[in-house]
Ligand binder design. Structure first.
Ligand SMILES: Nc1ncnc2c1ncn2[C@@H]1O[C@H](COP(=O)(O)OP(=O)(O)OP(=O)(O)O)[C@@H](O)[C@H]1O
Length: 308
């Protein structure tokens, strides 16, 4: 029965609070590190539940800094971050936000079982002694099932492949039951099948009202799975629906001088009659590829094999 069901006695209506809608509001946020580096200046965007939002930008553009500000690990010098209408600290306390870190942020030599990593997602639901309840164990099993890692639950986390580790951290986020999930480069080093499985799972979560912010360097897949996008280069260059925001003009503003374009068409690229154009954008460290209709102003989703 929901708290607002008609059977709830009159007195209870006063106390019944609807679950807060997942949302992130970043308002004029400036973040500086102790050494004086201003990593993000006057950032501003707003996201609501039922969304997968891509966070895209150059190396050093401020993506991780934004995540840290949203996770309360860095306090903005100016501006504010509000989660589901609450200050960050209260939202984190209420288990509203889950975080899937980059592989480099984790010490893989720490001896811990896969199921224990996923159980960490339940800590916020447990008491002081952190004794798992049957509900906690059920949430862990369901989360492992959902990412296809149930058979690995007794393995040491350090013994898994890169893609399997990502799936375990995604399971930890699912077990936490936060309706906002931040994913820092979830597709780096994963194979195509795992990427598709993660994208499919994110799609299901979006359909159930979750809000996901996903940093990625893989521009090619952004139009395929993100309905919104935030483009950053030490500030928010543009944000909004992918169809109107993830345009060539905005990408050029975001990637600026470090971007080179190559356009490959037709037989040079495909061994079929598909005439779609592929644009390869190369920043100095990571090549990225996206597909677009030859007559369109901006990139669109599409299939096809990556450019050589
Ligand atoms: N701990 C730190 N102390 C000082 N400066 C930092 C620190 N962490 C990051 N920076 C600087 O802040 C800026 C933004 O870095 P950030 O890590 O947020 O970028 P990013 O978009 O996540 O990069 P990447 O795509 O390479 O992961 C960079 O200039 C970086 O050098």
């Amino acid at each position: 029965m929901t708290p607002l069901s008609r059977e709830v006695p009159h007195e209870a209506w006063r106390d019944a609070r609807p679950e807060p809608l997942p949302s992130i509001r970043v308002e004029d946020v400036t973040v500086a590190y102790p050494n004086g580096t201003v990593a993000m200046r006057d950032a501003r965007f707003h996201l609501e539940g039922g969304t997968i939002c891509g966070l895209v930008g150059v190396n050093g553009g401020g993506k991780s800094t934004l995540f840290k500000a949203i996770m309360g690990l860095l306090r903005p010098q100016r501006g504010s971050v509000t989660i589901a209408g609450q200050p960050v600290k209260a939202a984190l306390k209420g288990n509203l936000v889950s975080y899937v870190p980059q592989a480099e942020e984790v010490d893989w030599n720490f001896p811990v079982l896969v199921e224990d990593v996923v159980m960490m997602g339940r800590y916020g639901h447990m008491g002081f002694l952190r004794l798992p309840s049957p509900a906690d164990r059920k949430a862990v099993s369901e989360a492992l099932d959902r990412v296809g890692m149930a058979d690995f639950r007794k393995r040491q986390i350090g013994e898994l492949s890169g893609g399997q580790k990502k799936r375990v951290f995604l399971a930890r986020a699912l077990a936490q039951e936060g309706r906002i999930i931040l994913l820092d480069e979830p597709f780096t080093g994963v194979d195509v099948q795992t990427e598709s499985a993660i994208v499919a799972l994110l799609g299901q979560l979006r359909d159930s009202g979750h809000l996901m912010l996903v940093s990625t360097h893989n521009l090619g897949s952004v139009p395929d799975f993100c309905d919104q996008v935030v483009l950053v280069n030490r500030t928010v260059i543009a944000s909004g629906p992918t169809a109107t925001t993830f345009t060539r003009a905005n990408l050029e503003r975001t990637f600026g001088g470090v971007l080179r374009h190559f356009e490959l068409q037709g037989a040079d690229l495909h061994d079929d009659s598909d005439q779609r154009r592929v644009t390869v954008l190369t920043d100095d460290e990571r090549p990225v590829v996206f597909y677009g209709e030859a007559d369109a102003g901006g990139p669109h989703s599409g299939s096809g094999r990556p450019a050589k």
